[in-house]
Design a protein around this ligand. Sequence first.
Ligand code: F6R
Length: 606
Amino acid sequence: MCGIVGVLGNHEAAPILVEALKRLEYRGYDSAGIATVNGGTLDRRRAVGKLVNLGDLLVHEPLAGKSGIGHTRWATHGEPNVGNAHPHRSGPVAVVHNGIIENFRELRAELAAEGLTPSTDTDTETVAMLTEHHMNTGLSPTDAAIKTLGKLQGAFALAFLFDGEDDLMIAARRGSPLAIGYGDTEMFVGSDAIALSPLTDRISYLEEGDYAIVTRAGARVFDAQGTAVEREIRTIQISSASVDKGGHKHFMAKEIAEQPAVIADALRHYLSPTGDINLPDPQIDFATVDRITMVACGTAYLACLTAKYWFEQIARLPVEVDVASEFRYREPPIPARNLALFVSQSGETADTLAALRYCTGKAARIASVVNVPESSIARESDVALPILAGVEIGVASTKAFTCQLTVLFLLAIKAATDRGEITPEQREDHLSQLRRLPSLIAEALEQSDAVRETARKLANARDVLFLGRGPLYPLAHEGALKLKEISYIHAEAYASGELKHGPIALIDENVPVVVMAPRDALFDKTVSNMQEVMARKGKVILISDREGLAEASQGVWDTIEMPDVSDAVAPILYAIPAQLLAYHTAVAKGTDVDQPRNLAKSVTVE
Ligand code: F6R
């Protein structure tokens, strides 16, 4: 949800800002803009649409100056047009913002009483106007910005730049992450460390409520009470390669292809050669846990729904799963022996973070499964389990999903062990299946060309249904979610057994139905449901293993063959054809795979 960047440097800022924004474009791409101070003069350039449009504008209307701020927008307040694009300016003040200023209407009313009227539809402009107003009362730019921060409500990260100030930037964090980068007589700010990775590897993160007065000499950081504080400067390792497409046409293709390697990394990290599951401290003793409450959004929520099957079937541990936006306002009771478990790729999703904060102090333990170890969700958990997927840029989550599933599966085995619900033989069987997963996924990826052919046919559909049973049911939802978000084809998922309770009315010769059915204990039941679809002329795409296809593929529209896999591990493997089907369909339709319309990777607003 919007990316922000700032530089007080020794070189021209515009190209540095645009490069950094490229690495933040996954957060939003409705418009982009930069502002610089050149010889004391503040100026800005803004363009609607992708960053490339801003690049074009800068060719014709370059912007000089070694100090600057930049922004890539996911619109919340006001449609994506140039006027609403950041940086917002009011007199000598320019501001870039990620998040929402919730009380902007009240602040606007206060400004209107002073005869000051906004010229955009955004909440952000109010921040610039208020700061200018404070400067007009005689405050310095720094004091004016600090006074403004005291008046803001909501969740945000902000960077301010001022006319006449070549060596000053104010940065603030409340609810949305902000990193400060330390260079050699240069300073940077960015929504995340990836944005700053080619500029510096020395990073500190502002804590909730912090603001920083940044000059080329360094950053002075203050907490919400205005007390000077030290924030640790860490040397982080994000290779620039991780933000390349690595020879692939899209980030999503690269990230799909990386899954054997990243899952192998996660297994090496958590699973010793002798079968011990090594989790970070403080250890969770599942024998003392009566129930798990799992909360997440989107694809991460679907990982939780899958894990529910594992925790309940393998560890006999009841699990409640909820989407974060519902959970946080439902005010559910949290019994004391509950483990609250939050799953998030970014670790910054606003609703998931709010749900975590609701559970803090109520649940016995707060645990999280995250991809970004420095994220707010990781930092506010008692124990954070990194999924080690590496940077994920494609807006549609792929490798993060399968790594989340891998870590959650290990957690379920650990729970079963702690609770005495699994024999050593069963445990070893599950773990050996998991160890095979990287090579099984590599094998499944070899189906990519065949799936491309299926996808060509699917690309003409208006509606697609996905069916699955047991742990494959959440995966049917994941297949439908992937397809709709990147190909814009309407897709729905149903539990196979639920179809005849209503949705079967949708079936006709124009509706492809993707059936995810490994030859597991529930296979025959799923095949019966599939027959019901075919009897009504539905076009079935059956995804199964060799045995399953041999038994049930007669009369189906198309098939995709997967390697044999155990029932429990199947949902991780079957994520691959679901991802490939969505990817190739989107490519066939010519949609923007990595940056689908209306979406952003990191959803830091409600
Ligand atoms: C879908 C997708 C989203 C995210 C959701 C949660 O492909 O990526 O549904 O899963 O926005 O994001 P995180 O995992 O960052 O909390």
